[in-house]
Design a protein around this ligand. Structure first.
Ligand code: NAD
Length: 305
């Protein structure tokens, strides 16, 4: 089986590439990545071929997808704050880029598994978030990910393309970069603890997130591609573990046996207050999935740091 991973040199993509090369029945894994936030070093030693270029490049996409049996589409301009600074750039990669990938797949009937985001639920207050809830994006990033999944589902129904749109929640684990302005909360906290500087918490820290270990995400994505899993509705990819940002900080400090010092900053525009997945649909589609516990995942992540 030949699998193409767009965004394959990024955090989740490179973890998926590692998972795929360990599976039987995979003859070729290709990562297509423009290295805007990903890095070739993430794929070192995997044997995965890296094609450097953009999903917006139609000819390159056609060439890369020529022999693909499945595409896992992860390439995106991530981050809510980045989308507030340049909404159009987020739209171009996340919405137009997704259409480019879908068009290239449509021509060949290639199965597509794509990354959406829990941010699409936005200001909807209900918990847990189940897939039938309305979507009310709070940021251009969230709107662009809603466009991503909408196009994926539309190509499924309009062209019978086999597709699956997964709403990732807060994914964390090895290879997730720290030390830049848009770093996710787990690597940002880990980095601050290692450097013995206070953790920056936006708002009161009581906002909650559903953290999913990247190893679990990679296993689900690999299964989805290998078993050609499809769904006509979006599917949450998280397991309903609701942890506050303050609780996260405390658990990380206790794994590292580090002192905990926090500075509070104003809440960030575009951030949702609470997040927790309803995982029933996920478990129906992936009945054999074994999710890493939060403490196991944190321990692995901090060992990597
Ligand atoms: P990441 O930034 O590490 O990965 C994105 C990859 O896409 C990077 O390697 C980047 O270089 C590449 N890329 C960007 N623009 C491209 C383009 N035009 N052409 C080709 N490659 C391009 O981020 P990640 O956390 O690994 O995210 C992967 C996917 O999961 C994204 O679609 C993101 O929106 C989604 N997601 C992630 C999370 C999370 O918690 N990490 C949550 C929800 C959704």
């Amino acid at each position: 089986m030949n699998i193409v991973i767009t965004g394959g040199a990024g955090f989740i993509g490179a973890n998926l590439c590692k998972e795929l090369v360990s599976r039987p029945g995979i003859s070729n894994v290709v990562a297509l990545d423009d290295l805007s936030t990903g890095s070739a070093a993430n794929l070192a030693g995997t044997g995965v071929e890296l094609v450097e270029g953009s999903i917006l490049d139609r000819e390159l996409l056609d060439a890369v997808l020529h022999r693909a049996d499945a595409v896992v589409h992860l390439a995106a301009r991530p981050s809510v704050p980045r989308s507030l600074e340049d909404p159009f750039a987020s739209h171009e990669v996340n919405a137009t880029g997704t259409m480019r990938v879908l068009e290239a797949c449509r021509a060949r009937g290639v199965h597509v598994v794509a990354a959406s985001s829990s941010s699409v639920y936005g200001s909807v207050p209900d918990l847990p978030k189940h897939e039938e809830l309305p979507t009310r994006p709070l940021s251009p990033y969230a709107a662009s990910k809603l466009a991503t999944e909408s196009y994926v589902l539309a190509y499924g129904s309009a062209f019978d393309l086999p597709t699956l749109a997964l709403r990732f929640f807060n994914v964390y684990g090895p290879l997730q970069p720290a030390g830049h302005a848009y770093a996710a909360v787990v690597p940002a906290f880990a980095d601050a603890m290692m450097r013995r500087v206070p953790l920056r918490v936006f708002g009161d820290g009581r906002q909650t997130r559903d953290f999913t270990y990247v190893g679990t995400v990679a296993r689900i994505l690999a299964d989805a591609a290998l078993r050609r899993v499809t769904s006509s509705s979006p599917v949450n990819l998280a397991f309903g573990t609701r942890v506050s940002v303050l609780d996260l900080a405390q658990r990380m400090a206790s794994v590292l046996d580090a002192p905990l010092e926090i500075v509070h900053e104003p809440p960030r525009r575009g951030d949702v207050r609470d997040s927790q997945a309803d995982d029933r649909l996920l478990r129906e589609l992936f009945p054999d999935v074994a999710a890493a516990s939060f403490d196991e995942g944190l321990t692995e992540t901090l060992r990597w740091f």
